[in-house]
Design a protein around this ligand. Structure first.
Ligand SMILES: Nc1ncnc2c1ncn2[C@@H]1O[C@H](COP(=O)(O)OP(=O)(O)OP(=O)(O)O)[C@@H](O)[C@H]1O
Length: 573
């Protein structure tokens, strides 16, 4: 609750207002019962005063109306606060995700992130908008009622407390530490199920093709069964205590009725007082049910808030507080070592230099660390040892915005947004229509875009159009051409292209790399033989650096790669 109030920030005042309105609502909702009590007294007394009774009825109706108006106002205040908090939270999360290393996003399963960003935040809204006012109301109602009942007859008031005392004993039994730990397991299991479901759906095409439907379904169904087991075990553990709790609450009349009847027959307790206790002495127990539900909800929220905080407090990439601009766009790896999540080193003592305006190819066997080198330049991750310099400046001292503006990355897979093709090329950059079309022309995509049903305004996605893999690659190139960053990292961008597409991509490339510092991560060695330099990476280290002919003479790893490449080219089915 404290953390939620902290998250609420300046909206706390609205929440307090909502709470105050809920308390006044509770007071007003109680008043009609007191008026009914007065009416019964009057009716049972000698010569009832009908004018007074009518007066009480009018007041009772006014109080009920007022109570509901206040409840509405309280709900309004809490909703306005909740939606504002929701907005702030989503903004904070988006801002934070933008500052985290991109590797963090890669590392986390998209199903889990989706649950945190969509479901957990949504639940917080629900909690703040509904549960907080309900909580105040449910806590205020019994307190006010009980206080009043003690002023009427302390003996019956004490009797009406019996169910509360029993509840106070049974609830901690229900939520001891062990069961709270079970709740955490329950939430983890729910998260796991979410992740598996997302994977199951996303992997469906691959799974079908490879005939692993049974295996994949097993993972899915195991996750669902595990979740069911968790729920089952939790319900088994708590059902007895819950049964005791609900029977106390449902039969709360009994102690008041027994003690009331006793005093009525023995001590001449007034009938209206007995009625009052039978109505109010039981009515105030009901909100306890709601309080109990709130306990369960609180644990769900608690888990969600913890998950949100894991992201909000995740270590951000720092710029060392001493931001500098690069002097030029050369790149230097200075004794760089790096491992993913502290495991085996993916790169070990890697040093090389890339001059401004030159093309460098990274080659090496699969898993050697080529993509890692590329990703480190864009600071997807931070190095463990050594440093990476752009124009003489350590990239950790360049602001992330500057670094992102200076480096373009063409990935192996292109991602298309569910927007128009125009917006997919523009990618939020501040560019004119002419510039966008010029970039599309340079990337050889203008012709196929123009042939789409609505040209550049055609929407990508389920109800729009789909483009071939090669066309999507060219859209990626158009983005990079439009961005016009001085440094370009190309990760196997030409792989898997058909000859026609490859020809077009090559044309787009030559336009893209003009006057840029380029690093190409390539498997098809024939495409990079003319590079200014070739860096051979093997098992996370630099095996050799040089031009194609030199490396063929001197580097065994390169020679093997080259021969494998030639054999692959000559291979026919
Ligand atoms: N996100 C990641 N988390 C953990 N380990 C990773 C991750 N990405 C790569 N690795 C590991 O780091 C090592 C280097 O991988 P990298 O992708 O850089 O090699 P590569 O030379 O680009 O391979 P390929 O040519 O097959 O794409 C490999 O052992 C790989 O398993």
């Amino acid at each position: 609750m404290a953390r939620l109030l902290q998250i609420a920030g300046s909206r706390k005042r609205l929440l307090v207002l909502s709470g105050i309105l809920a308390v006044v609502h509770a007071l007003l909702a109680l008043t009609p019962y007191l008026l009914i009590y007065a009416i019964i007294r009057s009716l049972l007394g000698p010569g009832p005063d009908m004018a007074l009774i009518r007066y009480y009825i009018v007041w009772a109706i006014a109080c009920v109306t007022g109570a509901y108006m206040l409840l509405y106002a309280s709900g309004m205040a809490s909703h306005v606060a909740a939606f504002n908090i929701l907005y702030e939270l989503r903004k904070q999360m988006a801002d934070k995700l933008g500052k985290l290393p991109l590797g963090f996003i890669n590392r986390n399963n998209s199903g889990v992130l989706k649950k945190i960003l969509a479901d957990d935040i949504e639940r917080i809204e629900n909690f703040i908008a509904h549960t907080i006012p309900d909580f105040v109301k449910c806590a205020a109602m019994p307190l006010i009622t009980l206080g009043y009942l003690f002023t009427v007859d302390w003996r019956l008031a004490l009797a009406s407390c019996v169910p509360i005392i029993l509840v106070a004993v049974s609830v901690p039994l229900m939520f001891n530490k062990k069961k709270m730990a079970m709740l955490t397991d329950y939430h983890n299991s729910l998260e796991h199920m979410n992740a598996v479901v997302v994977e199951y759906i996303r992997a469906m095409p691959v799974v079908r093709i490879f005939g692993h439907t049974g295996e994949s379904f097993d993972r899915y169904s195991n996750a669902v069964f595990h979740f069911r087991k968790m729920v089952d075990a939790f319900i088994r553990r708590t059902s007895v205590a819950y049964g005791v709790f609900s029977s106390f609450v449902s039969n709360a009349t009994l102690p008041v009725l027994a003690v009331g009847l006793y005093f009525y027959f023995r001590n001449g307790l007034e009938l209206p007082v007995l009625f009052l206790f039978l109505i109010l002495g039981v009515g105030y127990i009901r909100p306890l049910f709601a309080l109990h539900n709130l306990g369960a909800q609180l644990s769900v929220i608690n888990h969600g808030v913890k998950r949100l905080d894991e992201i909000l407090f995740e270590h951000e990439q720092e710029t060392g507080g001493n931001e500098r601009l690069p002097d030029d766009f050369s790149i230097r790896f200075d004794n760089v070592s790096f491992s993913y999540e502290g495991k085996r080193e993916a790169l070990s003592h890697v040093s090389f230099k890339v001059l401004q305006g030159t093309v460098t190819a990274l080659v090496g066997p699969s898993g050697a660390g080529k993509s890692t080198v590329g990703q480190l330049i864009a600071r997807f991750w931070d190095v463990k040892e050594g440093r990476i310099l752009i124009g003489g400046t350590d990239i950790r001292q360049i602001s992330p915005e500057r670094l992102m503006a200076d480096v373009s990355f063409v990935f192996q897979d292109s991602f298309m947004f569910g927007q128009s093709i125009y917006e997919n090329v523009r990618m939020g950059m501040d560019k004119t229509e002419e510039e966008i079309i010029a970039a599309a022309k340079a990337a050889r995509c203008h012709d196929f875009i123009a042939a789409l049903p609505h040209g550049y305004q055609t929407r990508w996605g389920s109800r729009g159009v789909h483009l071939s893999g090669g066309e999507q690659q060219r859209i990626q190139l158009a983005r990079a051409i439009l961005k016009d960053a001085p440094i370009l990292v190309l990760d196997e961008a030409t792989a898997f292209s058909d000859p026609e597409n490859e020809y077009l991509i090559r044309q787009a490339f030559s336009k893209l790399i003009e006057n840029k510092t380029v690093i190409v991560i390539a498997h098809r060695l024939s495409t990079i033989v003319d590079s200014d330099q070739i860096i051979v990476i093997d098992k996370g280290t630099v095996a050799d650096i040089g031009e194609h002919a030199e490396l063929l003479d001197n580097c065994e790893v390169y020679r093997q790669l080259w021969h494998a490449h030639i054999r692959a080219k000559e291979f026919t089915i």
